[in-house]
Design a protein around this ligand. Structure first.
Ligand code: 8X3
Length: 254
């Protein structure tokens, strides 16, 4: 894929992932994006190639499917051996009901995607970074891991696992000179809430009413900041919210 830096962004077809892929490409990086939706992967690949002359490898698979993940990584290991930055972005919230009313299927999907997907993608890419004794893993966490809120339950637990893994990987990988960071965004106006409320757009739009939430590009900007520090500088954790949001529970609407 040439001599440019290479970033792998999971869940790169929408929201924060897509904005991050665009920003890295804009800064001259080559990109690997993963996603489940072939048409969107194709569309964003074309855009990054046309607008930024990036080399792009789109990988179509569901990160929650470990067998498919492994086979896609094996198939493209010549390219993936050069990944400088892995942005573990793929993740979602499903449902916001009390724990006692939650759906098993929502919980399974969140844990399979937000936790297991991150674990196994990281495991697949790490041997290349260890071999080169360089690399950077940036995990997308959430304010939902920092303050609990009503109905956050399993989503918050999955993002708390992301935080624990970030801290743990940082220790385990220290001797290999691999950076491990997390970024915890608050409310970002993307498809996040529509997905969370199973396609209920009216309910989703209400979440962002009455204040100016973050945009995906704001978070991408912070991710690029984390990734572009000098080699001797490590940003361990970055909490980012819009100005109106103090924490998971307090947003000023007025
Ligand atoms: C952050 C979104 O809904 O927990 O991941 O504020 S939310």
């Amino acid at each position: 894929m040439g001599s440019k830096n290479l970033a792998l962004i999971s869940g790169g077809t929408s929201g924060i992932g897509r904005a991050t892929a665009e920003l890295f490409a804009k800064h001259g990086w080559n990109i690997v994006i993963t996603g489940r939706r072939e048409d969107r992967l194709k569309e964003i690949t074309e855009r990054l190639v046309t607008d930024y002359s990036a080399s792009v490898l789109p990988l179509c698979f569901d990160i929650a499917d470990r067998t498919e993940l492994r086979s896609q990584i094996d198939k493209h290991k010549d390219i993936l051996a050069s990944v400088d930055v892995l942005v573990n972005n793929a993740g979602l919230a499903l449902g916001k009901s009390f724990f006692q009313d939650g759906l098993d299927s929502d919980w399974e999907t969140m844990i399979d995607t937000n936790v297991k997907g991150l674990i196994y993608l990281t495991k697949a890419i790490l041997p290349f970074m260890i071999k080169r004794q360089s690399g950077h893993i940036i995990n997308v966490s959430s304010t939902a891991a920092r303050d609990m809120y009503i109905g956050g339950n399993v989503y918050s637990a999955s993002k708390s696992a992301v935080d624990a893994l970030t801290k743990s990987l940082r220790l385990d990988l220290l001797e290999h000179r691999i950076k491990v960071s997390s970024i915890a965004p608050g409310m970002v106006n993307t498809e996040f809430s529509e997905v969370r409320f199973h396609g209920d757009k009216i309910k989703a739009d209400k979440v962002y009413e009455g204040f100016e939430p973050l945009k995906a590009a704001d978070v991408a900007d912070a991710i690029y900041y984390i990734a572009s520090r000098p080699a001797h500088v490590h940003i361990g954790d970055l909490l980012i919210t819009c100005t109106a949001q103090a924490n998971s529970n307090v947003v000023f609407k007025g």
